[in-house]
Design a protein around this ligand. Structure first.
Ligand SMILES: [Zn+2]
Length: 268
C-alpha cells in the first residue's frame, strides 16, 4: 500500500482541530490549526457550495470577510457578498482545485452581486457566478461595474491584505478609472482565471510563527505590468524555443508539510 497523500489526510477531516488558531507553512504548502467556520449565512454574506466544506479559515480571514461584506452591502445593487472557497477545516492540500488556500488566509469572492441572502443550500450548489472578462481576459465585459471597482479597492485597502488576484483586463481597467489614491493598486495582481471570482490573500497574522509570507509585490502600482499581460493576450509572443519543459509537480506527502501539520491532523 502506498503512503496516503497529504490531500487524502486533510480532505477527510470534517471539523477544525481544537487548538489555538495558527497557520503553518506557506499558502501552497501548509495547514491550519484552530480554524473558524464562516457562518453559512450572515447579515451581509452567504457561503456558497456548502457541500465542499471549505468555509473554514483563520479568524483574521473570517473577520475580514465579514467587514468587507458589510461594505459591499452599501454598494448600489448589492446586499453583500457571495463567498467561495476559503480552506478545508484543517487547511492543507485539497482533493480537487486550488494549489493555495492551504493555511486559511486565502478566500475567493464571487463577482456576482449578492442580490439576496436567502439562497437555499441547494440554490448555493446550483447557481453560478458571472464572468467579467472579454477577449480571454484582455478586457472587462458589460458585467463590469463601478461597484466592482469600489469593492476591489476596499478589499485591497485593508492593511491585512497581501495580494488580490484578478484577470489582467480588470486590473488595467481599474488603473485607467482610478483618479484618487493609487497605492492600493499595487496589491491587485493580474493572474490567469479569476474572472468569476477574485482571490484575496491575507498576510501572515501578527505573531504567527511558522507562517511564511510571500515576498511583497514589486513597488509601484503594477499597471504597466498588467498592460503587458494584456498585450501578450492580444498578441501572444512566439514560444521561446529555449524554455525548459514545464515542471511536473509532485503531490505532497504529509512529510512534505511543516511538522506541526501532523499534530493538526491528530488533534481532536
Ligand atoms: Zn482562490
Amino acid at each position: 500500500m502506498a503512503e496516503p497523500l497529504a490531500k487524502q489526510h486533510f480532505g477527510a477531516k470534517t471539523v477544525a482541530s481544537q487548538q489555538s488558531p495558527a497557520p503553518y507553512g506557506s499558502y501552497s504548502r501548509g495547514c491550519l490549526a484552530g480554524a473558524v467556520q464562516l457562518p453559512e449565512t450572515g447579515p451581509t454574506w452567504q457561503a456558497m457550495r456548502l457541500s465542499r466544506n471549505r468555509n473554514w479559515g483563520h479568524p483574521e480571514v473570517i473577520d475580514y470577510i465579514q467587514k468587507l461584506s458589510a461594505f459591499a452591502a452599501t454598494l448600489p445593487g448589492w446586499q453583500g457578498l457571495y463567498v467561495g472557497d476559503i480552506s478545508q477545516p484543517r487547511g492543507g492540500p485539497m482533493l480537487s482545485g486550488h494549489r493555495s488556500h492551504q493555511i486559511g488566509l486565502d478566500v475567493d469572492i464571487w463577482m456576482l452581486p449578492a442580490k439576496r441572502l436567502d439562497l437555499s443550500r441547494q440554490a448555493r450548489e446550483n447557481i453560478s457566478s458571472i464572468s467579467l472578462r472579454k477577449a480571454k481576459g484582455a478586457y472587462v465585459n458589460a458585467n463590469w461595474s463601478p461597484q466592482h471597482h469600489a469593492l476591489l479597492r476596499a478589499a485591497a485597502k485593508d492593511p491585512r491584505v497581501a495580494r488580490i488576484f484578478v484577470f489582467p483586463g480588470a486590473k488595467v481597467r481599474m488603473c485607467k478609472d482610478e483618479k484618487g489614491d493609487r497605492r492600493w493598486l499595487r496589491k491587485i495582481r493580474p493572474w490567469w482565471g479569476h474572472h468569476y471570482h477574485f482571490h484575496v490573500r491575507l498576510k501572515c497574522p501578527r505573531g504567527a510563527r511558522g507562517c511564511e509570507n510571500q515576498d511583497k509585490p514589486p513597488r509601484g502600482d503594477g499597471c504597466a505590468d498588467a498592460q503587458k499581460w494584456v498585450n501578450d493576450i492580444l498578441n501572444p509572443p512566439p514560444p521561446d524555443p529555449n524554455a525548459p519543459p514545464p515542471k511536473k509537480r509532485r503531490e505532497y506527502l504529509l512529510s512534505d508539510l511543516p511538522r506541526q501539520c501532523v499534530s493538526v491532523l491528530r488533534s481532536q
